[in-house]
Write a protein that binds this ligand. Structure first.
Ligand SMILES: [Zn+2]
Length: 324
């Protein structure tokens, strides 16, 4: 048991919690920085996000979230310079919160919007890692949004991308109902044969069966979210037996209305079933809670105790083993 962790949690000390090595394994790169970092750079005041993003006029909470982001954050980081600043912010945040292992995701659309050559993009990211977060081990992830992923185009791009040995994992994100997971099968088979770790956003707005189907169909190593699995004991047992790691994002879930509050978050249930779970930020630039704050929030809500939270922290850090 890490005494520093117990003390930091008991004293509700964000400062102490920040100094303890942690991982962030579910973070969308260009949304991984802190609001205050962007506000300071742009020299503007940025309003805090609402407590929850509510669905309105037949539109989902996710839609409200995107609207808030477009209106509140994007105008302050426009164009290439603004996009670079958002990536930089993610690394600065990692250093600030002692994130020693970080998996952030990138989309090919954003990479090739700003760079002609993948090698220039890789150089830029490696440079940011070296300058802003030299003690953070980066596990870059390629993520594909279900709603606008043309599989054949992306697969041929992926074949070129893997030759550079930069990305460590692939993921699918976006609207869970936009495209069935089986459409991604050949891409994920190729990714697996290239040594990449396989992940997908699933069971956030979908069902427990969706989680199992995606893991089986795509041979996933990890799931981003997977909350819906908490509705099905058999599927939880199956995830535990297969040691499928769930990269959970409590504040994202609370703010999008998936769970009422931290105290009822299924992380506790997953932990009790023996499923490896990790605590992550998702989109810090929107949900505005750092990894350290996520730990404190779960402790203060009595969702998990200090020992359990420390074991979860260690699970996150030990994820590196999978990449060796
Ligand atoms: Zn996510």
């Amino acid at each position: 048991m890490d005494e520093r962790m117990t003390l930091a949690l008991k004293q509700n000390s964000l400062k102490a919690m920040q100094k303890i090595p942690k991982s962030d394994l579910h973070s969308h790169g260009a949304r991984g920085g802190h609001i205050s970092y962007i506000a300071e750079w742009a020299n503007v005041e940025i309003e805090q996000p609402p407590e929850k993003f509510l669905p309105k006029e037949n539109k989902s909470a996710l839609y409200s979230m995107q609207e808030w982001f477009k209106k509140t954050i994007r105008p302050h980081c426009v164009g290439f310079e603004g996009h670079l600043k958002r990536w930089e912010a993610a690394f600065a945040q990692a250093a600030n919160d002692t994130i020693s292992l970080m998996s952030i995701s990138f989309r090919t659309a954003e990479i090739f919007k700003y760079f002609f050559k993948i090698t220039d993009f890789i150089k830029t990211i490696q440079e940011y890692n070296r300058i802003f977060a030299p003690n953070t081990l980066l596990l870059p992830e390629l993520t594909y949004a279900r709603e606008d992923c043309d599989i054949d185009t992306e697969l041929s791009l992926l074949k070129e991308i893997v030759t550079h040995n930069f990305f460590k994992s692939v993921d699918i994100c976006g609207d869970e109902h936009a495209q069935p997971v089986k459409c991604f099968k050949k891409m994920f088979s190729f990714a697996k044969s290239s040594g990449l770790i396989l992940k997908a956003h699933v069971g956030e707005f979908g069902t427990a069966d969706d989680v199992m189907e995606a893991v089986e169909e795509l041979e996933l190593d990890e799931v981003h979210h997977g909350n819906a699995a908490s509705n099905n004991p058999q599927i939880m047992q199956w995830l535990a037996a297969n040691q499928i790691q769930l990269n959970l994002c409590p504040t994202s879930n609370v703010m999008l209305g998936l769970v009422e509050n931290y105290s009822v978050h299924p992380i506790k249930l997953f932990y009790e079933y023996g499923i490896p779970v990790t605590i992550n930020t998702d989109d810090l630039l929107i949900f505005n809670q750092t990894v350290s704050q996520e730990y404190l929030n779960l402790y203060n809500a009595k969702t998990l105790n200090a020992e359990e939270l420390n074991i979860i922290r260690e699970t996150g850090l030990s994820a590196i083993e999978r990449y060796k």
